[in-house]
Write a new protein. Sequence first.
Length: 46
Amino acid sequence: MDLLAQRQVAFAQLKQKGVLVLDAPANQISDQLVESYLQLKAKNKL
């Protein structure tokens, strides 16, 4: 449980600094990465 809490804190700190964070299971990372990229591109955030 402690590891999960530390992970959440690390993600929150990164997001607070403006880092885009993608958290997904290994078997879904490719699909979610492409989807996130396309959404960012559509919003002119790249």
